[in-house]
Design a protein around this ligand. Sequence first.
Ligand SMILES: [Mg+2]
Length: 115
Amino acid sequence: MNDFTNLSKRTIKFRNDRDWAQFNNPKDSAISLILEVSEFLEHFQWKNSDEITEHLKNNKKDVSDELSDILYWVLLIANDLDINLEKSLSRKMSENEKKYPISKSKGKHAKYTEL
Ligand SMILES: [Mg+2]
């Protein structure tokens, strides 16, 4: 098993060992995901660019904890919806590579429809 699969299995085991799957319907799991995204966003709220740089430097563990909380819910939701995230991300990246060819998109932030 690769690192991604091991991480996913560990996350699911953590949840299932505590009998919390009963609370994880798609709606509430999606809400939990967005709440964690909101906690991540709090690290940026009301800060200018310099303040964000300083904050991220001084709060790296807290920020990484929030990103991990986001990934926790992404992994659980993918499991519960029978989505193979590794395959899905690989397919999505192939699509993105076609939408955003380097020759047209390098150094630009335009949406693919505007390239
Ligand atoms: Mg959190």
